[in-house]
Design a protein around this ligand. Sequence first.
Ligand SMILES: C[S@@+](CC[C@H](N)C(=O)[O-])C[C@H]1O[C@@H](n2cnc3c(N)ncnc32)[C@H](O)[C@@H]1O
Length: 201
Amino acid sequence: MPDPPGGRLTQAAESYASLRAGRGPNALLAQAVDLLDGRRGRALDVGAGPLNDAVHLLRSGFAVDAIDTDPHTVELAATLDEPGLTVARADVRTYAVAPEAYALVVAIHVFPFLSRADLRRAVPALAGGLAPGGLLCCTFLGEEDAWAGRRPRMSFLARAEVEALLAPLQEVVFSEQRYGGVDARDEPKRWHVHRCIFRRP
Ligand SMILES: C[S@@+](CC[C@H](N)C(=O)[O-])C[C@H]1O[C@@H](n2cnc3c(N)ncnc32)[C@H](O)[C@@H]1O
């Protein structure tokens, strides 16, 4: 694995952040930035991991708050010289989201790691962090994902369940994708992903 920008992470165990640092942003996040049509301000990246999306947000002109439970994320942030970036080791299930503070809230590939009960609390809390007209950009895994049935602590949702979670917001993008790809270690995996961009009215 190449070292991330700024140097080697010192934590012993590997994590998503340590495996994937130094890559480009998720295409859904880039689409959400374009949909904001030049509007900027603060963005919140939840489960920010390797900070690839946070760096794209900074380059696009946002001030970025990023949270993750993984200590690698904080360690990685310390190697970046980014005054517009604030990173905290924090759990989205207990994080106090600043109300109506964000033009964009990003949660890419993190909601599947929460239980349904936690999702029913966390998703509305994150939606409450959106300023009027702000966007929530997020993904969920579907019931046909290869991990469904094998990872009981994770959530695999039907489209209707995702729509119910996001109901107070207006749908801008909702695509459901099934495809063969790779996991964080580049091992083959069948994916079933709901890709969502929703707007606060
Ligand atoms: C698959 S990675 C995705 C990282 C990043 N969003 C991306 O797309 O590159 C999931 C991330 O969510 C973090 N995570 C999992 N549960 C979390 C929680 N309850 N609160 C905050 N972060 C969490 C993990 O540590 C990991 O960095």
